[in-house]
Design a protein around this ligand. Sequence first.
Ligand SMILES: Cc1cc2nc3c(=O)[nH]c(=O)nc-3n(C[C@H](O)[C@H](O)[C@H](O)COP(=O)(O)O)c2cc1C
Length: 300
Amino acid sequence: MPNLEVNIHNLILKNPVMTASGTFGYGQDFGDFYDVSKLGGIVTKAVSKEPRQGNFYPRMAETTSGMLNAVGLQNKGIDNFESVIYPELKKINTNIIINVAGHTVEDYVYVCERLNQLDHVHAIELNISCPNVKDGMAFGTSCPSATALTIAVRKVYHKTLIVKLSPNVTSIAEIAKAVEDGGADALSLINTLLGMAIDAEKRKTVLSTAMGGLSGPAIKPVALRMVYQASRAVSIPVIGIGGIMNGIDAVEFLLAGASAVQVGTANFINPNAALETITGIEDYLNRHSINDVNELIGML
Ligand SMILES: Cc1cc2nc3c(=O)[nH]c(=O)nc-3n(C[C@H](O)[C@H](O)[C@H](O)COP(=O)(O)O)c2cc1C
């Protein structure tokens, strides 16, 4: 049996596979399919200070080898998270990573300070990269804002701080460095690419918001390229996300420089996708007589 354990700063993951924010709810819904404690970690849907309604329907559209979404960070806010969702998450025996969204620095700081008090929250993932809300990318597309937000959160959050980057930038290396300079412990990338779908018959955009975030296999080559560039620009660990459907896709991200991966859109197609990604990595290691998954990281 090869070793699958990897480290992301102080987080010890039993294997390198997590689920991506917004594609796995808060973990419970998938409990009917398999024991979600087998995952290396679960990244929750975004949690914000106040409840958010999300955008009007239609807010999802299928595209060639992918999908567009404009869900808009819908969630019930931190109070509901703490009283209703958190007690359920405590029953899951793996790393729980809370994705955090906000309109202002103060919003992010408020939520992260509250999450810092909760023992079974092992890390936070700062979402500075949502393309389908009005101010969702404000912090993730400017280096000074990304650094300032990371510094502010770092002061109140003392466990593992992951910052999730947007691909909608000119230089991923620069923004990665800016976030590292702000004190992040790890980076995750990529969030969705800003895209659009048009219904020619109706002469209308498909999504109510006109534009939305593109995800799925269509974005994998972009994600691989960005993980490759970002991991060479920083010395903190990078978590690879974007179009991962199976173990081989995950191995490609590890080779590109990721220390772990997240499975997103694939969960909508096959609810067992994340679990099968773990066994796929294990099969690859066995086939190549590699004893430790860490040997793959950045091996390209
Ligand atoms: C329906 C949907 C909702 C999402 N919600 C969030 C979110 O709340 N926070 C976030 O950081 N990313 C969110 N994402 C982005 C994913 O976590 C991931 O970064 C992206 O989809 C790329 O990975 P994939 O191609 O494996 O899906 C969402 C993606 C989808 C498809």
